[in-house]
Design a protein around this ligand. Sequence first.
Ligand SMILES: Nc1ncnc2c1ncn2[C@@H]1O[C@H](COP(=O)(O)OP(=O)(O)OP(=O)(O)O)[C@@H](O)[C@H]1O
Ligand SMILES: [Mg+2]
Length: 293
Amino acid sequence: MPESEDPQRSGDQRVTGYGGGSVGTVISVEDVNRQAAAIAEAGVSAGRVAELAGPEPFVKIERLRAGYGKMEILHGFNLQVARRQSLCLIGPNGAGKSTVLHSIFGFTDIFDGRISVGGKDVTRLSAKDKLKTAGIAYILQDKSVFPGMTVEENLWMGGYLMDKPQRAKEKAEEIFGKYPRLAERRAHPAKVLSGGERRLLEISRALVMDPEVLLVDEPSIGLEPRFIDMVFEILDDLQRGEGKTIIMVEQNAKKGLEFADIGYVLVSGQLAMAGPGKALLEDPEVGRLFLGG
Ligand SMILES: Nc1ncnc2c1ncn2[C@@H]1O[C@H](COP(=O)(O)OP(=O)(O)OP(=O)(O)O)[C@@H](O)[C@H]1O
Ligand SMILES: [Mg+2]
């Protein structure tokens, strides 16, 4: 291997993947990908994936091959998480992290493998049925609120699949009881909310359907630090207070791994590393590639 490509060597420099930190030499996206791919060679066994979730996995992905059209993005991906646990996916841009969430929710083409929730096979369910009958909710990345509608109307929209519209209104009231910050702004159009309030509305809207599993794509993206902490506190309450199971993707690897019970590093559509969130956070390789030094 030429010296310049030796991961050990470039590790001697102060490098940063993405997400800030002090910068000596900035490691390029290509370098992160190449070095991460080297780690991925070893892979993570299905046994290790099962071990991390414990004896009663709730959401299970087995040998998933999925993508868009004919393009395969995930190549034999496994995931397991127990009820009331949280799992965070990190990895380079384009690794397929969002595609994992899309696949669980029914937005991809699935070529092979199986996805189950609570023992029920949901591999081929439509997104609508995932939400309505399988208790899975997907919280979209930024800009998914209806700006011209009031906060209250946005919450009601979260229940559009409910058979009884009145039920959505009752759920909205429950949510207002829980988050006074939203209640104070219930009659305001969503477009006047701060970034943090908007994120709270996006999360709350998903709660109207009373999901058991929350799929959260980059909850901290575009937020100021004080709102980032707020979002993680809300997620913590949803997991530990309300017993939700959370599968998230987070570009802010430090925040995500601090939060999550289980951390996965995804590289080129394959599971490269897996461990308890805090253990991954302390892993020097993860630090070097994803935590900025
Ligand atoms: N709707 C789509 N149609 C076609 N290709 C897509 C679609 N969404 C994503 N892809 C492709 O799938 C690959 C994985 O994308 P994905 O969004 O899952 O990556 P990611 O790990 O979430 O990256 P990022 O950190 O940039 O969000 C990329 O090559 C991307 O171009
Ligand atoms: Mg993504």
